[in-house]
Design a protein around this ligand. Structure first.
Ligand code: GDL
Length: 430
C-alpha cells in the first residue's frame, strides 16, 4: 500500500452498468497521480459473478480482465480489493456454500489478489430454516462465515459490510442495535467494517456519530461513501466536491472509499476533492478545491475551446445531493423571480438568466463537438433536460415581455409521459 495506512479511494459498488476496463485504467491513473488516494475496490453490484452468481467461477476472459486490473494496481502501488457479495442466498451453515466461497476466493487469489471484502448489504434479513437451527442470530451467522474466511486468508485483509450499514437502518439508535453490538463483539478485531454514515447517502457525517459507532463495533469503520452515488435516481448526476465531512472525522476512521456516479466521467471533481480532503491536515475548503479541480477536469472533455465559466456552470448545476453550486442557485432564483413577479420587478435577474443561458448553450455546442464521446454520452441526459427547461423558460420570458394571448410552447410541454409519469400521478397526486 502507498503512503499511509489510511485507506482512501474508490469503490465501484453501485447498481447498473459497471465501468469499462478503459475507464478503470483512467481511474487508476488518477489515483496514482493524486496524493491522498491509494485504493480501488471492485464490487459492481451487477457483475453477475460478484453477487447473483457468486458461487460460479469467472469465465476465463473475465478472469483475465480482472487480473489485468489487479496487475495494473500492483504496478501503480495501489491496493486492489476484490469484494464478494454472497448474502442474497447463502446458507451460512452449509459446508457446500463454504466450499463454493473458498473456490471463488481461491480463483481470485490465483490471479494475485490478496485483499478481500465480503458484503452483506441489501439482502433479505431473514435466516433460512437450516440457519435458524444452527445460529441464534443473523449477526452470529455472518460473523461465523466472515471470521472463518479471515482465518483462512491468514495474512490478507478483509472488510465486512454489515446488513445494517447506516444510522437510519439502526433506527438512529446505534448503541441500542442488537445486531451491531453482536457484530462488534464477535467479528475478529482485524476485520474492517463498512459504514455509510447516518444515512445511505449521508449529506453530513458528524464526528460524534462515528465516535458512538466505534464504541459499538469496537474498531474504526471504513466509510463506504455514497455522497456522489446516483444509481438510485438516474436523472441525477453529481459533479460537486466532497463535502459535509470535517477533517477531524479522519481520526475516527480506518478509511474512506467513495462509491460515486455510475457515469464514470462525472467523477473527476467528486474523487479529486476526496483525495485532497485526505491529503490535507490543517484546513479544508471544499468550494475552493472544487474550483481548482474543475480546471483540471476540463482537459478530459476533448475540446480545447471550452472555457472555465462553462465548466463551472456545469458543475454548479449538478453539484451534490440537495445542493447546487453558486451558478445553479442563481439560475433557480432568477426563474423563481420570473414566475412570481411582474417583468417590471425582474431587475438584474433577466440579464443574469440570459448570460447563464448563453453559457449553457455554448457549453452544449462544445460538448457535442468534443472528442471524448464517452464523456458526452455520460452527461447527455442531465444536460438535455436542463437545456429543455431553460428553453421553456426563455420562451416564457419572451412571451411575458412581448407576447400576446395565451403562452404556447407545444413542442416542450407536457414533459414526462408514459407509465412512470402515470403511476407517479396516481401515487403522489401532490
Ligand atoms: C446502497 C448500496 C450501494 C448503492 C448505494 C446507493 C451500500 C452499502 N450499498 O445501499 O451498492 O450504490 O446504496 O444507491 O451503500
Amino acid at each position: 500500500m502507498r503512503n499511509s495506512e489510511f485507506t482512501c479511494g474508490v469503490l465501484e459498488g453501485f447498481y447498473g452498468r459497471p465501468w469499462s476496463v478503459d475507464q478503470r485504467y483512467q481511474l487508476f491513473q488518477w489515483i496514482q497521480n493524486w496524493d491522498g488516494m491509494n485504493t480501488y475496490m471492485y464490487a459492481p453490484k451487477d457483475d453477475l459473478y460478484h453477487r447473483s452468481k457468486w458461487r460460479e467461477l469467472y469465465p476465463v476472459p473475465s478472469l483475465q480482465e480482472l487480473q489485468a486490473l489487479a496487475d495494473t494496481c500492483r504496478q501503480k502501488e495501489l491496493q486492489f480489493i476484490y469484494a464478494i457479495a454472497p448474502g442474497l442466498d447463502i446458507t451460512y451453515s452449509d459446508e457446500n456454500d463454504w466450499d463454493y466461497l473458498l473456490k471463488k476466493i481461491g480463483q481470485v487469489q490465483s490471479i494475485g489478489v490478496n485483499q478481500f471484502a465480503i458484503l452483506f448489504d441489501d439482502i433479505p434479513p431473514e435466516l433460512s430454516n437450516q440457519d435458524q437451527i444452527e445460529f441464534s442470530s443473523f449477526a452470529e451467522a455472518q460473523a461465523y462465515v466472515t471470521n472463518r474466511l479471515f482465518e483462512y486468508l491468514s495474512n490478507s485483509s478483509l472488510v465486512f459490510c454489515p446488513t445494517v450499514y447506516c444510522g437510519r437502518m439502526a433506527d438512529y439508535d446505534v448503541p441500542g442495535n442488537v445486531y451491531l453490538n453482536e457484530l462488534g463483539q464477535s467479528l475478529i478485531k482485524g476485520i474492517d467494517i463498512f459504514w455509510t454514515g447516518p444515512e445511505v447517502v449521508s449529506k453530513e457525517i458528524p464526528v460524534e456519530s462515528i465516535r458512538e459507532l466505534r464504541r459499538i463495533i469496537k474498531r474504526k469503520p471504513i466509510i463506504w461513501d455514497n455522497l456522489h452515488a446516483n444509481d438510485y435516481d438516474i436523472r441525477q448526476i453529481f459533479f460537486g466536491p466532497y463535502t459535509g465531512r470535517s477533517l477531524e472525522l479522519k481520526d475516527e476512521l480506518a478509511g474512506i472509499l467513495s462509491n460515486p456516479n455510475c457515469q464514470f466521467w462525472a467523477n473527476y471533481n467528486p474523487l479529486k476533492t476526496l483525495a485532497v480532503f485526505n491529503a490535507v491536515s490543517e484546513s479544508w475548503d471544499p468550494r475552493q478545491t472544487f474550483l481548482d479541480s474543475s480546471k483540471e477536469w476540463m482537459r478530459y472533455f476533448g475540446n480545447d475551446e471550452l472555457i472555465e465559466e462553462e465548466i463551472l456552470l456545469l458543475g454548479d448545476c449538478f453539484y451534490s445531493p440537495g445542493h447546487m453550486g453558486d451558478r445553479g442557485i442563481q439560475l433557480v432564483e432568477s426563474v423563481h423571480c420570473f414566475m412570481n413577479h411582474d417583468p417590471a420587478d425582474w431587475g438584474v435577474h433577466l440579464d443574469s438568466f440570459k448570460k447563464l443561458e448563453a453559457v449553457l448553450n455554448s457549453l452544449c455546442m462544445k460538448l457535442m463537438a468534443a472528442s471524448n464521446r464517452d464523456l458526452l454520452y455520460d452527461f447527455y441526459l442531465a444536460l438535455w433536460e436542463l437545456r429543455e427547461e431553460m428553453e421553456y423558460v426563455s420562451k416564457w420570458v419572451e412571451w411575458k415581455l412581448n407576447g400576446k394571448g395565451e403562452f404556447k410552447s407545444p413542442e416542450i410541454v407536457p414533459r414526462r409521459q408514459g407509465i412512470i409519469y402515470a403511476l407517479q400521478k396516481v401515487i403522489h397526486p401532490d
